[in-house]
Design a protein around this ligand. Structure first.
Ligand code: ADP
Length: 297
């Protein structure tokens, strides 16, 4: 599976330029789309699942223009939208059975076997007879992924699936996705939570205010931040100066004043120790520091 996005722009009727000349390419496995609220993630997702036509540019799936082949694309697609809700009093299994019918699974016996297989996969088999809208928030999200999976899609698009979940559920959801990514599918996951992007993502992109700030592997993102993250021990006076001048990532009170971590293109003017960056550091480096630096340069 190969997905190529070229020259994509989305301008809403009110003039909002939500996607600005986006070019990304990725293949099988998990692909993470990371960015703060308003970055353009949902707009990009809606275009990929053909719910919205872009203002300009195109998306190719295995060389096929999705706008010209919407029917074929939808057959190979599973989608969990950000605002997925149940306006239904169906039982959990009944809801998934209904989703299966919509996905084209005609044989009832095969469909029911698939329903229970998927309920088991997302850990909902025990609550299969509970009314779907009485499930907990995390369970609803897992039922959401199950409905996206029914019919064996080749491309699975999940928009901000971990928002509002407690840490246990978030980890559980992530594990479900990473298990799926072992199979021959492409998963596109959007999130504003850095921790959702892990080494299980083969590729990732950073979006900010409609612009693509980075695309590549998470390892590459981190590598690009090497030599740009520093730890400093500062007295309260110097701390005020550093706070103004640099992007401060964290501040911890210590006896001498403050221990701070910063991102910076150059070695800071104050005594400092270079740190090995993690993905959070790299995120701040790209999103806040680098973007700002590029714009003001
Ligand atoms: P994200 O999913 O990253 O939060 P969105 O794609 O929802 O980002 O939004 C990107 C930008 O487009 C935001 O400024 C948002 O306000 C704007 N936007 C989204 N949907 C619409 C719409 N239907 N009409 C006008 N502006 C929109």
């Amino acid at each position: 599976m190969k997905i190529e996005i070229t020259g994509l722009n989305q301008i809403y009727p009110n003039g909002n330029h939500a996607l600005k000349d986006i070019n990304i390419e990725f293949g099988t496995g998990m692909f993470g789309l990371l960015g703060p609220n308003g970055a353009g993630k949902s707009s990009l997702m809606r275009i990929i699942v053909t719910l919205m036509k872009p203002t300009s540019g195109q998306v190719l799936v295995n060389g096929m223009d999705i706008q010209k082949h919407r029917k074929e694309l939808r057959k190979m697609l599973g989608y969990l939208p950000q605002d997925f809700r149940f306006f239904t009093s169906l039982k959990t299994w009944e809801f998934l059975d209904y989703s299966g019918s919509l996905a084209g699974l005609k044989n009832r016996r095969e469909r029911l076997t698939e329903v229970d297989r998927l309920l088991d996969q997302v850990g909902l088999l025990e609550v299969r007879d509970r009314q779907a809208n009485r499930l907990s928030g995390g369970m609803k999200r897992r039922l959401g992924i199950a409905q996206a999976l029914i019919g064996n899609p080749k491309i699975i698009v999940v928009d901000e699936p971990t928002t509002g979940l407690d840490p246990d559920e978030r980890i559980r959801f992530r594990n479900i996705l990473s298990q799926l990514s072992q199979h021959d599918v492409t998963i596109i996951l959007s999130t504003h939570i850095v921790g959702d992007i892990s080494s299980t993502c083969q590729g990732m992109a950073l979006l900010n205010k409609g612009e693509l700030v980075f695309s590549g592997s998470p390892e590459n993102l981190v590598k690009n931040a090497e030599g740009h993250v520093f730890r400093l021990i500062l007295n309260p006076y110097d701390y005020e100066i550093v706070k103004e001048k640099y992007n401060v990532i964290s501040t911890i009170p210590v006896e001498a004043g403050w221990e701070v971590q910063i991102v910076s293109d150059e070695v800071p003017e104050f005594p400092s120790e270079s740190l090995i960056p993690n993905i959070e550091h790299a995120y701040v480096y790209f999103m806040e520091h680098k973007l700002h630096a590029d714009i003001t340069e």
